[in-house]
Design a binder for this molecule. Structure first.
Ligand code: SF4
Length: 337
């Protein structure tokens, strides 16, 4: 057996943590265990008798993915199989339609592109879009991407129009300029009975994080998230395959940035109101950005389908994604401490 190559041993503030970036497992360990694992990692392969660890602990570490029986070759095959399975499952999942009502929100979500025009969808186009989506069997769930502070006065109307068209609001995505705006929206969610249960809010132009506010029994639960997900799924983008973005002209893309840049994968036919996906959702989805993907443990997160990751990657000769993923990993461990 071997220490799994996706296992990271991380020192933070005099404490030692194990993290497996493939399984998402994270545990704090004492220095004896950490030193033993480092010794075994240097050794390469080992037998249970060569581990200075209790048998039950070894079993647990195998379960959590820190130790593996696989050879490098078997591990690569297993990873390919796992990604293919994950992709197929994600493709079959029920989709949500994301209506981009204020371009500024989409433009600020994953990263900000100053050249993008701020288009705003007015009431007539919005109703038309709802009719188009409602007329299809693809989904009845929608996410609204809007500048909430500018649309609060119209909220009751928006909510009514959505249900008239047989649709249900899944969540809202919005951006704020400062803490005061954040608190105002949080308060609005609390006091407005028709406010959606889940609202995602991001600070304008801030790089990585956003907040998710969930209303449960009139209480607001607040969670901080990363834009790039180091979760148990080897998949960084929370939207690809789970949602399709739609703009005011009925163009469709799997990515909000690609939609704004008119790189569409589908369209709503304005006469028949039917949605067609002309181009696939990207066979290259799980292809890594660079040719070192076989040796880089972060390659499972670095899909070249994401313009956000591509823009970071292209910043220099050295891969800036590795640095980014490592800093997010430490941030994630700190959040869980
Ligand atoms: S693919 Fe990248 S840029 Fe597009 S929505 Fe996902 S994270 Fe954002």
């Amino acid at each position: 057996m071997r220490i799994d190559r996706f296992t990271e041993i991380v020192n933070i503030d005099d404490r030692v943590f194990l993290f497996n970036i493939k399984t998402g497992a994270m545990d704090e360990v004492n220095t004896h265990i950490a030193n033993e694992l480092l010794k075994l990692q240097r050794k390469g392969s080992f037998t249970p008798l060569e581990c200075n660890l209790k048998e039950s602990l070894i079993e647990e570490m195998i379960d959590r993915g820190y130790i593996t029986y696989y050879s490098d070759r078997e591990e690569t095959d297993e990873r390919k199989w796992f990604l293919a399975k994950h992709k197929e499952k994600a493709k079959k999942e029920e989709k949500t339609a994301s209506l981009l009502l204020d371009n500024v929100v989409g433009n600020n979500w994953c990263y900000t592109d100053s050249s993008i025009e701020n288009l705003v969808i007015g009431k007539i186009k919005f109703v038309d879009l709802l009719k188009n989506i409602g007329n299809n069997d693809l989904t009845n769930k929608i996410d609204l991407w809007l500048l909430l502070q500018n649309r609060i006065d119209d909220w009751e109307w928006i909510d009514r129009e959505v249900s008239i068209n047989g649709l249900k609001i899944n969540s809202l995505f919005t951006i704020v300029k400062n803490k005061t705006e954040l608190e105002e929206i949080k308060n609005w969610i609390k006091i407005t009975p028709s406010a959606p249960t889940v609202v995602h809010i991001k600070y304008e132009k801030e790089e990585f994080g956003y907040f998710t506010f969930t209303k449960v029994d009139n209480k607001i639960i607040n969670k901080e998230n990363n834009i790039i997900f180091l979760s148990k799924h080897p998949f960084f983008c929370p939207f690809i395959y789970k949602t399709f973005f739609v703009d005011g002209s009925g163009n469709i893309s799997y990515c909000v940035k690609k939609l704004i840049n008119k790189e569409q994968i589908g369209k709503i036919d304005s006469t028949t109101r039917k949605i067609t996906f002309e181009h696939g959702w990207g066979e290259k989805l799980f292809t890594a950005n660079c040719d070192k993907s076989d040796s880089c443990i972060y390659s499972i997160y670095c899909s070249n389908m994401c313009p956000y990751l591509n823009s970071i990657y292209k910043n220099g000769d050295e891969c800036s994604l590795v640095q980014l993923f490592e800093s997010l990993l430490v941030k994630k461990i700190k959040c869980m401490m």
